[in-house]
Design a protein around this ligand. Sequence first.
Ligand code: ZN
Length: 174
Amino acid sequence: MKLKRMKLKQVKEFDRRGSATHEAGHVVVAAVLGVRGSAHIWETDTRQPYQEKTVIGTASFLLFPRPSKRTLGAVGIAGAIAELMADPKIDDYASQYLIEDWEELVGNTLSTTDLSLITKGWKARQSAADKTQEILTDFARQHAAIREELIEIGDVSDGTVWDTVHGGPASLLP
Ligand SMILES: [Zn+2]
């Protein structure tokens, strides 16, 4: 939630960080599930920086062979969960937190594309949230640096934030 007392520069930084982390999350989870992709962010030219996003992004994937519906569901929700993981105010990103805040998540950090992937992949949205949380938690355990990596992506990324098709910033990935 953007606050009115933020200066425009802070608003842009807030949006850049959020979008970078979000899109990287999609690509990280896809990579864990065997799907390669890349994420990009860019500035919008909105005239309403307090109401609309000043930085947006997208993640795209190589969809051959066709991933399972469950995989697509996990990829769909991963952006929103990555934002939670990289939030320094949140120490415990256990599934309990996510489930409690699911409605808020749907209202805020899930795009309509994200939602359509999730509902395609799972009949119950909550189990989609659970499964993806599990994947990200496992990933964080296997690669202790991943949470820090997401935070760092939020710190510095501009343009291409993560790319498992061409290598580069995704060197941590298996
Ligand atoms: Zn998304």
